[in-house]
Design a protein around this ligand. Structure first.
Ligand code: ZN
Length: 397
């Protein structure tokens, strides 16, 4: 009698276990088939920023005689304010954008000769989500940024994460999220589904004024070929210790890497890659590889400055001399600036990608210039910082 009851009970258990397994399997199939959708790497948009303006009154300043400061048009056009950056992140998130890494859209493998081959990769995102890539240019805190209401340098915070040092208008030094990296990190902490597998952005670095606000270039060590700003910096800092500066920059780079970001070359001297001759490209690249790469652990990404590219649109990219040289120096991902929604080319040895600026120029153009190239991403009118000047003369390129 007891045995029969046991058998019945076992049969019931077996049935429920099989039913549960079936349900789990069905849900998994449903998730894979209907919830997650494969995204083409050729339809991924790429946006970029410069360092953020924390204090618009200084970033977009006037001289005493009420004319615009010489550097103000540049700041108005190329920079985004903290207020605007926060609005942009929120609006991208609300519209279903998800941050992916450059390495999520291509797979890079090395053959037996050490040559890197590039192949497209699909991304699986929940239905209704749209992938985008992010990069940050010129995270050097150039001497020319001094006194213009931006952060002064990146530091490693008490929690080991990258954060910023900022000097406010009264001269007080503050520590906190005063630029893109810690601001995006804070946003992601509240909205982890804004990033695909923890992807962050790519930081494009030049070398001529050092990196992250540390004066690591050889010229500060050797006191040769100094420009006026560099000489003034060394004069004002007689205790300057080049080795300590490099050590601090290295620690910041490691904290940024550990935080999930990647690095790119932005060329050592912020050169115009299209206009520059081969000799200049070689000299500049060697300087970057010698003076910047060792501090950040190297990279295979190059993000060109001044929006230029190494070839024109109708040239065969991979057969140009500049490409072949840069490829031989380890670069496989090449980015320019382009306002179209998608600019993605993938060859056997490269990913070439266009990037869209989300800066004062684009915002102004969208609202007042009759050319809205950002409406798929954001509503420019509600992003525009109320403290940003609207004088049309500041936005003429
Ligand atoms: Zn740049």
């Amino acid at each position: 009698m007891n045995e029969q009851a046991n058998k019945r009970r076992n049969a019931v258990i077996l049935k429920s276990v099989s039913l549960a397994a079936l349900i789990v399997f069905a849900v998994a199939v449903w998730l894979v088939k209907f919830h997650f959708v494969a995204r083409s790497p050729y339809r991924v948009t790429h946006i970029f920023f410069h360092s953020l303006v924390v204090d618009p009154a200084r970033g977009f300043s006037m001289t005493d005689d009420e004319t615009w400061n010489e550097a103000t048009p540049g700041f108005c056009q190329w920079m985004t304010t903290v207020h605007e950056f926060d609005q942009i992140l929120q609006q991208l998130y609300d519209r279903g954008y998800v941050l992916v890494s450059l390495y999520d859209i291509v797979r890079i493998t090395k053959d037996e000769n050490g040559v890197a081959h590039v192949a497209p990769k699909k991304i699986y995102l929940p239905r209704g989500k749209t992938p985008f890539v992010l990069s940050i240019d010129d995270l050097s805190y150039y001497h020319s940024y001094g006194g213009r209401g931006c952060a002064t340098r990146m530091i490693v915070g008490e929690d080991g994460k990258p954060t910023c040092e900022y000097v406010d208008a009264s001269g007080q030094t503050l520590i906190g999220p005063y630029d893109c990296i810690p601001r995006l990190d804070a946003f992601l902490e509240e909205h982890p589904d804004f990033s695909y597998k923890g992807a962050k952005g790519t930081i494009a670095l030049t070398g001529y004024n050092g990196i992250f606000g540390y004066r690591t270039d050889f010229c500060y060590r050797d006191h040769v070929n100094l420009d006026e700003d560099q000489q003034a910096f060394l004069d004002a800092n007689p205790d300057f210790d080049w080795n300590a500066e490099c050590e601090a920059a290295r620690a910041v780079a490691q904290a940024i890497l550990d935080d999930g970001w990647t690095f790119a070359s932005h060329t050592w001297g912020h050169i115009r890659i299209g206009d520059a001759g081969m000799e200049w490209v070689r000299t500049d690249t060697q300087k970057w590889l010698e003076q910047v790469a060792p501090l950040i652990g190297g990279t295979d990404i190059i993000i060109f400055a001044h929006g230029q590219d190494l070839a024109s649109w109708n040239e065969d990219y991979a057969s140009t001399e500049k490409f072949q040289y840069l490829k031989s120096q380890g670069f496989s991902i090449y980015c320019n600036v382009d306002s179209s929604k998608y600019f993605v080319q993938i060859g056997d040895d490269f990913l070439r990608m266009g990037r869209r600026d989300l800066d004062g120029y684009r915002l102004y153009k969208a609202i007042y210039g009759g050319e809205d190239l950002v409406s798929d991403l954001i509503d420019a009118a509600t992003v525009f910082d109320p403290q940003r000047p609207k004088d049309p003369i500041l936005y003429q390129r």
